[in-house]
Design a protein around this ligand. Sequence first.
Ligand code: HEM
Length: 430
Amino acid sequence: MPNFAGPNELSFCHESVVPSILGPKGLLKGPYYDTRNQEPTALDGIRDHAEHSIRRRPWNRAMSVSALKYYDGLLKSTIMELLAAFTQRQREEIDISDWMSFATIDFMGRMTFSTEFGMVRAGKDSIGLRQVIFKGSIDGAVISHIPWTLPFFKWIPAGGGKALQFMFNLGNDIARKRVESPTTQRDLYHYLIDDDGLEPEKPSTSVVTTDAMLSIVAGSDTSATALSHILYFLLQRPKCLQKLQAEIDETFPKGEDTVDFSKQAEMPYLNACINEALRLYPPVMMGLQRRVPLGIREKRLGNFIIPEGTQVSAHLFSLMRDPRYFNPIPDEFWPDRWLVRDTYTLPSGQAIPSSQVLITKGIFIPFSMGSQNCAGKNVAMMEMRAMLSGVIQKFDVAVAKEYRLSSYEEKIVDMYITHRGPLPVILTAR
Ligand code: HEM
């Protein structure tokens, strides 16, 4: 049975409904997304399928295999800076959760606009961007449930208007600089502005800037959260950390730099660790709200008949921990479930045959699915693999002495994007 998530709203944790809600022929976004109805509306707020697919085209070009090749160099330099900063601070306590944000924001700045935020070099969020994303997401998470109050919200002095204004000014400023000093670099902006002239109509600068800022917001915090969660789980399970370090050492022998991103895509245990953390704590944990259209009386969603106008969602966090779909130990970090084996060994030491291991790939959807799935999935995967490989190859990571590791999960909060607390660690060069 679905849960009643609010008036006129159902939240499902059932495999059968997922494709009908989120799949290629799924439903349109519900009123939860009304907060995105700004002028111009960013890609993630567009409901009309035809308009969305036009706006999505440049994103898809920007995430193609050949486009990703160009981002390689940008990612490499971000990781080199990160490792240099860590080398300077080794044996000191650092909050690696913060540092993951510095690195992902720097990378997104370079990849999106060829701009430098310089957070890794400064060792801090010098422009206050994280605070704005943090504050904006709290306002957004509240107001999204009462979208009819939206017209009044901008009159509240501490309301989300401030965060929006900050992002608007920052975006305009960076976009102006990017346009004034045209670059031959094939960054995301290059694709969004349609520099290759592939679209029948050029998009306006304000549309391009809005989507480019979406890349900074949607692309930095999500990846940083995932990286921080993965490191938390690896610290919680030192045997997994050792196993991952061994795989990295074997793939890149004798300290060879972990810069070959194609090799990383093929590393089974690295990818298993990433999948497992994304399964347990997808950076967007909630169900992604959609609505059964008005005027059709009712619609079949999997095994359920739902009346018109009902808001529905498939709850990502619950689905990916449900023992009907991921078994055994669905609430535990056990990367081995993603490996192909005849026999598996559970963390308890018990051996079990492959017939007792269940993963349901169709509902492993941390990046959502269908036409409105994550536009940055490929780059996010490349970034997570590369950052993890770099850090774990060069450093031994240990929990800081005074820190109670289990408190990490207590600070994880769903605000559409995930809020997370610190993860204090000590790094020692290997
Ligand atoms: C681990 C990292 C990431 C995760 C788990 C993630 C997850 C998601 C999810 C679940 C959605 C759908 C949201 C909804 O329907 O409300 C989404 C959309 C989106 N993401 Fe990501 N994301 C990640 C990284 C990125 C990166 C690196 C970028 C940019 C380079 C990005 C850009 C976008 C955009 C533009 C959309 C809107 C797509 C559309 O509406 O067509 N994401 N992401």
